[in-house]
Write a protein that binds this ligand. Structure first.
Ligand SMILES: N[C@@H](CCC(=O)N[C@@H](CS)C(=O)NCC(=O)O)C(=O)O
Length: 306
């Protein structure tokens, strides 16, 4: 699959950093027995005016019906699938999970790269909803992300990414159909999940940003940073002069590894220079779906004094 930046996303929304997620159109929706758990967020990576400009041509081009194009002008859904999946019950993917969750971000990035129509519902953290009956019916674990695609429900971010790649990818480089080539991507994706991401999110991000300053364990944080530095060295070696983790093509492994890097480069900690990782991060930040879904402010998660 030629995973180039989706031209429908344009040059990308204003960086979401510090802007609470950037360009989101929201309407409040009550759920969970009348308790408001947040908002139904229908994503519009471009400014509303830009969406409105673009939509009539979508209708004229037959990409969506004229009626739908008119409806979209009133209520923009920005990621429009150029090849809508018309199988019964499929088309709109629902993502359960707040935009500030790193695992939700990985899933949303994948959906953006694959250009799928979607809605995202705010569940988790301040939005709550994880103990609600409707959410417990989706997953026994009470964790986000969860997706619904037609009648299918999938949880666990990497399982979701693989489902999306298998269902909506083309068997090309992103998640190859060929078992040997797929193993090459999956090795790095597994490492990204179980080693790289696991060594950053809890031990560093939680310790530095989500733990009140008075409760911070500096020794544990220093040890965690040292451990993560060794993993960054391995990533730096691996990348060398390469563009992406498994070679020249962007793959699922880049999502599992790369979604951590915004926070790594953004938080207030000492960092050693690593030219290959820095160039890789800059390359990822050129991707509209990365900017929209990963470069999201985490200030609402910050603990007192952190
Ligand atoms: N292994 C799971 C981890 C899921 C997880 O820990 N999710 C966190 C958010 S990143 C969560 O649900 N936290 C509770 C909350 O947000 O309230 C996955 O990759 O999907």
């Amino acid at each position: 699959m030629g995973l180039r930046p989706n031209p429908r996303l344009g040059p990308g929304a204003a960086l979401a950093r510090g802007a609470g997620g950037g360009t989101w159109w929201r309407r409040d929706r009550m759920h969970g027995g009348g308790r408001s758990c947040g908002a139904l967020a229908v994503e519009a990576p471009e400014k509303r005016a830009a969406s409105q400009d673009a939509l009539p041509s979508l209708g004229q081009a037959g990409i969506v019906s004229r009626t739908r194009a008119r409806r979209l002008r009133r209520w923009p859904v920005a990621i429009l699938d150029p090849k809508p999946d018309r199988r019964k019950g499929r088309g709109m993917i629902t993502v359960y999970g707040r935009a500030t969750s790193s695992n939700v971000q990985a899933v949303m990035w994948g959906i953006g790269e694959l250009g799928r129509v979607h809605e995202r519902l705010d569940y988790g953290h301040a939005f709550g909803g994880l103990d609600s009956p409707e959410f417990r019916a989706l997953t026994p674990h009470r964790l986000i992300p969860v997706i619904r695609d037609g009648d299918l429900v999938v949880w666990e971010s990497c399982a979701i990414l693989r489902y999306l790649a298998a269902r909506y990818g083309d068997g090309g480089a992103f998640w190859p159909a060929d078992p040997a080539a797929r193993a090459g991507v999956d090795m790095w994706a597994e490492w990204g999940k179980t080693a790289f991401s696991a060594s950053f999110t809890g031990p560093i991000f939680w310790a530095r940003v989500r733990t009140p300053a008075r409760a911070r364990d500096e020794a544990a944080l220093t040890a965690a940073l040292a451990r993560f530095e060794t993993l960054l060295d391995r990533l730096d070696d691996r990348l060398g002069a390469g563009r992406y983790v498994t070679g020249d093509a962007f793959t699922l492994a880049d999502i599992v590894i790369g979604h951590v890097l915004f926070r790594w480069f953004d938080i207030d900690i000492p960092r050693r220079a690593r030219p290959a990782v820095e160039a890789y991060y800059a390359r990822l930040a050129e991707r509209p779906a990365f900017r929209t879904h990963v470069m999201v402010s985490y200030e609402t998660l910050r603990a007192e004094g952190a």
